[in-house]
Design a binder for this molecule. Structure first.
Ligand code: BGC
Length: 432
């Protein structure tokens, strides 16, 4: 989803004993990884809420996700690329709507599918970092009120329990939610979405409700104020963490938050008010977690009331955006200072048609993370977004975040030079 990235995203378990022994032996010191998310790469995720929103008229999506990168069938190849690059970690997500396409009916075949992915990562010596919710939920869940539904936390925890029974033994780290604070952050944006876009979003969601035979179709990043949903998401995180840990108490569990490097531009800046609004409830929820995931896509300048545009003068990218790869290191330091939790960079990257930009971006970004680590911040790893050029939500297949290009007709994967840059850094354990 795009407009600016933030606004558009603003749509809004191996045999127990042996895998466990393998897990301890294979646990790398520092995770060097690349990430994907189910809906963005698997293709034909037909029972998901977002799939329906892509199909209805009107829609706010530039194009439907369709076959995506067909990772549902090409996942072994994806894992082989991660390994060949010299990375030691693969982050991917589990699609709730495949595991539970109809409320209360769980697919053993898809539980096994994701189980095989986890097992295969382990066999290849890779640490699997798995996200249980990367934005999408089943259509039936959205039609029952999504995260507005008071039963949502139990429903999500039940899904996490089923999945964990199969995969928990093999995992390296588990993330309950991907960026559950994104919609809150969008409310502080320098340029709120135009009224015409908001109206189209409401019409798209109304069409999805109608197609579901329901009076509602609710998403965290939909057309409604996300604030009343946040307590349910937080309670879902806590119940999910307990459900996952019930299968493996020593598995590190956390969530990932979207956090830009924030700069106050005036003395009476709204920075602390924004932080209190967008992160504090999640930091409080993460107090019982083992780590915190951070996802960084640049810097945010905060004026008196909201974010403002970047001041003129600094280095710029060819597309006019600010060039500031070391934002990620600043966020790592600041989040550790505020939470005291080990930090895992679960996403960091750029949308760049010209891969040479990404190849320049990666060493600077990684250096900023390693410099934070050198000053004593417990950083668990750096996971780049994304392994593949994939379905970028509202924006469709236009934006290119991938280390690897994907031919959308043949699904042929072609690693780009930037992939080799990250691989070289990972193999040498740092930036030369
Ligand atoms: C999301 C990804 C998205 C990426 C680039 C992150 O906020 O987790 O799903 O593709 O940003 O916009």
């Amino acid at each position: 989803m795009r407009l600016d990235r933030r606004k558009a995203l603003g749509l809004g378990l191996a045999a127990a004993a042996s895998a466990r022994a393998g897990q301890v032996a294979a646990k790398p010191h520092f995770l060097w990884g690349a990430a994907t998310a189910g809906h963005q790469v698997e293709g034909n995720n037909v029972n998901a809420d977002i799939w329906l929103l892509e199909q209805v008229t009107p829609t706010v999506f530039a194009e439907p996700s369709g076959d995506a990168c067909d990772s549902l069938h090409h996942w072994r190849e994806d894992i082989a690329i991660v390994k060949a690059l010299g990375l030691n970690c693969y982050r991917f997500s589990i699609e709730w709507s495949r595991i539970e396409p109809t409320k209360g009916q769980f697919s053993q075949a898809f539980l096994d599918h994701y189980g095989r992915m986890v097992d295969h990562c382990r066999e290849q010596g890779l640490a699997p970092v798995v996200t249980f919710n990367h934005f999408t939920t089943p259509r039936w869940f959205a039609a029952e009120g999504g995260w507005e539904n008071p039963q949502a936390p139990e429903l999500f925890a039940r899904f996490c329990d089923r999945v964990s029974r199969r995969v928990a033994d093999g995992l390296s780290h588990a993330l309950t939610f991907n960026e559950p604070n994104l919609a809150l952050g969008g409310r502080w944006s320098a340029s709120p979405p135009p009224a015409a876009f908001t109206a189209r979003m409401a019409a798209c969601i109304a069409a999805a409700a109608k197609a579901s035979g329901s009076s509602r179709f609710s998403l965290l990043m939909g057309d409604k104020d996300p604030r009343p949903m946040i307590p349910h998401v937080i309670s879902a995180h806590r119940l999910a963490r307990a459900a996952i840990k019930a299968h493996r108490s020593d598995l590190p569990v956390g969530l990932s938050l979207a956090i830009p490097d924030e700069v106050a531009v005036v003395p009476d800046s709204a920075l602390e008010r924004k932080r209190a609004d967008v992160y504090e409830s999640f930091f409080a929820a993460a107090a019982g977690d083992d780590f915190i995931g951070v996802q960084v896509y640049g810097r945010d300048y905060i004026g008196r009331e909201r974010s403002v545009s970047a001041p003129p003068g600094g280095p710029r990218r060819p597309n006019g955006q600010e060039w500031f790869p070391s934002a990620v290191g600043n966020v790592v330091r600041s989040v550790y200072a505020r939470t005291g939790k080990p930090v895992l960079v679960t996403e960091n990257g750029i949308d760049a048609e010209d891969d040479a930009e990404r190849a320049r971006f990666i060493p600077e970004a990684v250096a900023s993370v390693l410099s934070a680590r050198a000053t004593g911040v417990p950083v668990l790893g750096y996971i780049h977004w994304s392994l593949l050029d994939n379905f970028e939500w509202l924006s469709g297949y236009g934006p290119k975040f991938g280390l690897v290009a994907v031919d959308r007709r043949t699904f042929r994967r072609t690693p780009k030079p930037s992939a080799e840059v990250l691989g070289r850094i990972a193999r040498s354990g740092g930036v030369a």
